[in-house]
Structure formats: structure tokens, C-alpha cells
Design a protein around this ligand. Structure first.
Ligand code: CP
Ligand code: NVA
Length: 309
């Protein structure tokens, strides 16, 4: 069985815990080193990693590229539009061909069927670098970040405010796997997929929907939000979405309803003064740049797990 990293709910819970522990070890081992200096251990030496982007990216692109290099491997960053993939070659054939050249494929795409087909036909592991539906690497970094600051996330209350989007979906998957409760607060039209809510509940955690943001946030250990218009959303829906989502902005007033030591997370990029105010983003609860850093460490551990190195 190939170790693809496609989603949090489809990855074994012990493997997920092992990935976070390994990420932590590698982060600690690098502490104090000049940036860019390779690790002593180079588990990816001689390995080539293809990073395919069909959507823009800053964090995913740079953190994967740097992570591979720190572990002694090499990368090839490919834009979907430049590949024959963007001009009619099938995903299956692209997967078969790339597997003859590279040891690992990370892909950021639109429809998750592209990711699934890539994984089905590739002879090398495939990593989900975001689809319209999920963003698992982000939430591995987020769980790592929470635990770094506050200890085990198990049993904690996480509140997602705003759009029940792809990042929210992976948070719900993580709730089931890591054992934390979730409250979604946002408009009825933008609730997370019922299937994912059901999965988390089936895993034994509490998931509730609360229309009133202040009530939702009461007693929260962690408040999370994301952009109101994702890369896969049409620009023409922007105004309608903003109007629906405005009551769910994360601001200091809302954060006052959470626990006094509650953390604030955002996967970034943020639209300051829209889904979150600068006062919260730059305030004492915010760990947004730790999340961004931890993408690097978490993904290094994900790649090692995929390759078994
Ligand atoms: N959070 C995240 O995935 O950021 P990028 O879109 O910059 O990769
Ligand atoms: N929900 C956002 C996340 C970006 C990292 C999007 O899909 O655009």
C-alpha cells in the first residue's frame, strides 16, 4: 500500500500522531541553526519531488520547496498551465509519466477528483496541497501549532467562524482523528459539508452549528477563520458572500467571549479588516505566523512518512 497523504480522515490516526511528533523533533533539532542550513540527516538525498500548482500559493510552494532541500532532496516546481495536463493530457497519463521521473508528487488543484486520479495512477506517493474541498497539510501544521502553545488538542473546543470551506473541512477531519470538539458559526448557506460533520460525529466528537458568533465562541480554546472568498469561488459571488459573512468577523470584541487564553488561527493569506481585524491578527492570541512556519516542519514529516524514510 502506497502512503499517499490525501486527507486527514483517510490517514491512520497513529500515523498522524507520528507525523506531528516527527515534525516537532525536526523543528527542535534545527532550533538555532541558520536558515537554509541542511539537516545533518538528509533523508531525501537523491530524491526528486514534483510540486504542481494549478492555483497560486506562497506558503505551500515555499515551505515544500525549502523542506525538501533541507532534507537533501531536489524539487521541481511546475505550474499546471505549463504542463500538457493543462492542454488535454489525462491526469492518469501525467501520473504514470511523472512516476518515471520523480519520487514524490505534491499537487494543488481545483476538483479533488484530479488529486484522486493522480494518486490512483501514480507509482509514487501523492500529497494533497489543497483542493476545493480540503487542505490537510495546513491542519497538520495547525494541530502542531496548537499543541506547541497549549499542549494536547484532545478534548479542546475549536470554533470555526465564517465560511465552512476546504480548510474548515480538514479541521473537521482532524477533530475526529485528534479528538477535539468543533463549533461552526457562519451563515446557513456556507455551512461545512454535512458528510464531514457526520464523519466527525461518528468518530465520537461533538460538532455543533451555532448561528450566533458570540454564543459559539463562549469557552473556546481556539478560534479559527479563513478568507471569505476562496480561490475556487467566483469573484462575482464576492459581494453576496461578504454580506452574509460580515457578522462572523473575528475581532477583539468576539475574542473577548472566548477563554482568556484562547488562541487565534488563520491559514493565511488573510484579508485584514474583512474576516479578521489587524488587532486580532497582530494581537496576543494570534499564532498565525507559527502556523505558517509549522507548514515547513509538518510537511517535512509528511514527506518522510510518504517515502518511509
Ligand atoms: N495557507 C496556504 O496554503 O497558503 P498558500 O496559498 O500561500 O500556499
Ligand atoms: N480557503 C482558501 C485557503 C487558501 C490557503 C482557498 O482555498 O483559497
Amino acid at each position: 500500500m502506497m502512503n499517499h497523504f490525501l486527507d486527514i480522515h483517510t490517514t491512520d490516526a497513529d500515523a498522524l500522531a507520528g507525523i506531528i511528533a516527527n515534525a516537532r523533533e525536526m523543528k527542535d533539532a534545527r532550533a538555532g541553526r541558520p536558515k537554509g542550513q541542511p539537516d545533518d540527516a538528509l533523508p531525501l538525498e537523491g530524491r526528486m519531488v514534483a510540486l504542481i500548482f494549478e492555483k497560486p500559493s506562497t506558503r505551500t510552494r515555499v515551505s515544500f520547496d525549502v523542506g525538501v532541500r533541507q532534507m537533501g532532496g531536489e524539487t521541481m516546481v511546475l505550474s499546471g498551465a505549463d504542463l500538457q495536463l493543462g492542454h488535454g493530457e489525462t491526469i492518469a497519463d501525467t501520473a504514470r509519466v511523472l512516476s518515471r521521473y520523480v519520487d514524490l508528487i505534491m499537487i494543488r488543484t481545483f476538483d479533488e477528483s484530479v488529486l484522486q486520479e493522480m494518486a490512483e495512477f501514480a507509482d509514487v506517493p501523492v500529497i494533497n496541497g489543497l483542493t476545493d474541498r480540503t487542505h490537510p497539510c495546513q491542519i497538520m501544521a495547525d494541530v502542531m501549532t496548537y499543541e506547541e502553545h497549549r499542549g494536547p488538542i484532545k478534548g479542546k473546543k475549536v470554533v470555526w467562524a465564517g465560511d465552512g470551506n476546504n480548510v474548515c473541512a480538514s479541521f473537521l477531519h482532524a477533530a475526529g482523528q485528534f479528538g477535539f470538539d468543533m463549533v461552526f458559526t457562519g451563515p446557513v448557506q456556507l455551512e461545512p459539508e454535512a458528510e464531514f460533520v457526520g464523519l466527525a460525529r461518528k468518530a465520537g466528537v461533538n460538532v455543533s452549528i451555532e448561528r450566533d458568533a458570540k454564543k459559539a465562541v463562549a469557552g473556546a480554546d481556539l478560534v479559527v477563520t479563513d478568507t471569505w472568498v476562496s480561490m475556487h469561488d467566483s469573484q462575482s459571488s464576492k459581494e453576496r458572500r461578504h454580506n452574509m459573512l460580515r457578522p462572523y468577523q473575528v475581532n477583539e470584541e468576539l475574542m473577548r467571549h472566548a477563554k482568556t487564553d484562547a488562541l487565534f488561527m488563520h491559514c493565511l493569506p488573510a484579508h485584514r479588516e474583512e474576516e479578521v481585524t489587524s488587532a486580532v491578527m497582530d494581537g496576543p492570541s494570534s499564532v498565525v505566523f507559527d502556523e505558517a512556519e509549522n507548514r515547513l516542519h509538518a510537511q517535512k514529516a509528511i514527506m518522510r512518512w510518504c517515502l518511509g524514510v
